[in-house]
Design a protein around this ligand. Structure first.
Ligand SMILES: [Zn+2]
Length: 297
């Protein structure tokens, strides 16, 4: 399983991995939420629950790689997908709820971080302008919008904070866009959540070994209890965001819109992008956390 973890997980690697899983496991359904700004698929992996034939049964949504430097989270989610496929095939686990995984929410940003401005195609001039051509710290999408600042969760407050911090337009990180949900990647995720019965959501980021589980006063009844179980499973710490990480994120929007549990999980520890060699150690902590999420749904 670890043979394919020695390179950064870019779009073509995600696509290959999704196809391999699709061919190997007949029960798995692969698809796409839609396309990124540059036309890349936001691949999905859907695991139906055996015990719940009801199409309206709440599903668990697992998402990764919102940020260019955080491609290791795609590797983690795809590795977990494979592990889950194997266990389902062996009959050693029963899914209580359907699971949908989006292993890479920001394929354009990941490509720019790994391959440089040329990966942005017709937007490459914008990338040069935003970061002088050095994309090693690139987090945003191909339009220089930080997707996890683009959700409609106190977006205007966040915009004012960004401006105070000197961020006025497209940037490598922390520019929330011209209006909430301005980006196709954000809109596809929002549309999916509004048109499907998502009971609980988790977003994998790096780094910090921390779990975020609330948004302001918004704390659904089971959130705290589930967050504690995730912390027990992984050894990660429960945390409260501050500063520019406080608003505009996917889990913030999900909590505010649906009043259902949502978590940001900051995997690993060190400086982004975390080296690929950190993968096995991080995976050891994340696999039990993912099974704890499945168990809680
Ligand atoms: Zn992130």
């Amino acid at each position: 399983m670890l043979a394919w973890t020695h390179e950064p997980m870019d779009y073509s690697q995600v696509a290959t991995r999704v196809e391999t899983l699709n061919n190997r496991f007949p029960g798995l359904q692969t698809g796409s939420l839609g396309r990124s700004l540059l036309g890349k698929e936001l691949f999905t992996l859907y695991f139906p629950a055996h015990a719940v034939p009801d199409p309206h049964a709440p599903l668990l949504l697992l998402t990764a790689a919102f940020h260019g430097m955080e491609w290791i989270t795609s590797t983690l989610l795809l590795a977990f997908a494979e592990n889950l496929c194997v266990r389902l095939e062996q009959g050693s686990i029963t899914l209580k709820c359907p699971v949908l995984m989006v292993p890479c929410v920001n394929p354009d940003g990941v490509g720019i971080q790994i391959h440089g401005p040329k990966a942005a195609g017709r937007f490459s001039h914008l990338i040069y302008h935003a970061c002088g051509g050095d994309t090693r710290r690139w987090q945003a999408n191909a339009r220089g919008v930080d997707l996890n600042h683009n959700f409609d969760a106190h977006w205007k407050t966040l915009r004012r904070m960004e401006q105070k911090a000197g961020i006025h337009g497209p940037a490598a990180t922390q520019f929330g866009g011209c209006f909430p949900h301005s980006e196709p990647e954000t809109r596809h995720l929002v549309h999916f959540c509004r048109t499907h019965p998502v009971g609980m959501a988790a977003a994998f980021h790096s780094q910090g070994e921390e779990i975020y589980y609330q948004f302001g006063d918004c704390l659904p009844p089971r959130s705290m209890e589930i967050a504690k179980r995730l912390a027990d499973a992984s050894g990660y710490t429960l945390a409260d965001p501050d500063g520019l990480a406080s608003f505009g994120g996917f889990k913030d929007w999900f909590l505010q819109e649906f009043q259902r549990p949502a978590f940001t999980i900051e995997v690993g520890k060190g400086k982004n992008p975390l080296p690929v060699d950190d993968f096995p150690g991080i995976y050891q902590r994340i696999e039990p956390l993912c099974y704890a999420l499945l168990d809680a749904c």
